[in-house]
Design a protein around this ligand. Structure first.
Ligand SMILES: Cc1cc2nc3c(=O)[nH]c(=O)nc-3n(C[C@H](O)[C@H](O)[C@H](O)COP(=O)(O)OP(=O)(O)OC[C@H]3O[C@@H](n4cnc5c(N)ncnc54)[C@H](O)[C@@H]3O)c2cc1C
Length: 290
């Protein structure tokens, strides 16, 4: 039976020939042939029996080609249940980090404050081992439930090969379904104060009113990409609708209807100039999908 028939029969939400821009924080990308919006693990399982899709959470770390995507895309935004139990938070992969942090605060659980301002889903954050202000997801993850080799499995932290902006999910095609965070009993007022303080820092330093994917390049072992880009005089450097933020040199932004090509060329120019002037080779953090 054709996939669309299966989706219809099982009442799985989908859209055909869907523009991808609104599903990304960079607001760049052409149409995907098929976008799937499962509402349960059962629906995901059914989908995965028929296709191996590209998975997206909140699209806050992806750059999508203007010619769009032929491989089906599965967006997990409806898989957003969050529960607190003892000193753990158990949540589905599509839950937003912000909501998870707020739930942790509600239950006076400390450890996730650093993640409050990262605009991703839990699945995307685990995939990226997202981090900020001295902490990373690997500091608080206990285990992850995944779909791998046509089975649902539970993988403990040890198996996830976390490193700076790296997890095992970059090397296998497993799909993160849900996550257990192990937190500590804290003080609600202090948790709130930490979240407020870090949010304030972001507001001051980052161009949060512009389309971006956050820091475009990874930190190196002995440098911050933003410092090198700034030292090279590249703040405001532009390729058509894409430019290096004047507020934070690590953020490349789409400030005037940038195309994929504009943004990609800007990344290349920044990399070339930084390498020429400093000898350091910047490695992209943003995931390119085409
Ligand atoms: C303003 C701004 C600030 C940011 N600040 C930070 C920061 O401080 N620290 C930081 O680390 N990042 C930061 N980011 C980048 C981004 O928010 C994080 O990398 C985030 O974790 C990505 O989550 P996402 O759900 O948006 O992932 P997506 O962009 O949707 O996906 C990213 C990758 O993860 C994969 N993926 C997503 N979900 C799953 C899943 N369930 N199973 C398997 N693979 C999956 C995708 O296929 C893709 O390869 C920032 C971005 C913006 C726009």
């Amino acid at each position: 039976m054709e996939l669309i028939e299966i989706l219809k029969q099982n009442k799985i939400e989908y859209k055909e020939n869907e523009e991808m821009k609104p599903y990304t924080t960079l607001h760049i990308g052409g149409n995907a042939d098929l976008v799937l919006f499962p509402k349960s693990i059962q629906e995901i399982q059914l989908i995965l029996q028929h296709v191996q899709p590209i998975v997206l959470g909140n699209g806050s770390n992806v750059l999508i080609s203007d010619s769009g995507l032929r491989q089906p895309v599965m967006i997990l935004r409806h898989l957003n249940r969050i529960e607190a139990w003892d000193q753990k938070i158990i949540c589905e992969a599509g839950a937003s980090l912000k909501d998870v942090c707020l739930q942790a605060r509600e239950h006076t659980l400390s450890g996730l404050e650093f993640a409050y301002g990262i605009p991703g889903s839990v699945g995307g954050a685990i995939y990226m081992n997202a981090g900020a202000y001295g902490n990373e997801m690997c500091d608080v993850v206990k285990e992850v439930v995944v779909w791998h080799n046509k089975e649902i499995k539970t993988w403990t932290k040890k198996k996830l090969a976390f490193a700076y902006r790296h997890s095992c999910f970059m090397e296998n095609d497993a799909i993160i379904l849900s996550v257990v965070f192990q937190l500590n009993k804290g003080n609600q007022k202090q948790i709130q104060m930490k979240m407020d303080e870090l949010w304030q820092k972001r507001l001051e330093k980052q161009p949060l009113d512009q389309y971006s994917a956050g820091s475009t390049f990874k930190r190196g072992s002995d440098y911050y990409a933003s410092a090198l880009i700034s030292e090279c005089g590249l703040k405001g450097h532009r390729v058509n609708g894409a430019s290096v933020s004047k507020k934070h040199a690590g953020f490349l932004i789409n400030d005037n209807q940038a195309t994929f090509q504009d943004f990609y060329q800007l990344m290349e120019e920044v990399r070339e100039i930084v390498e020429e002037k400093t000898g350091k080779v910047l490695e992209p953090e943003v995931k390119i999908l085409k």
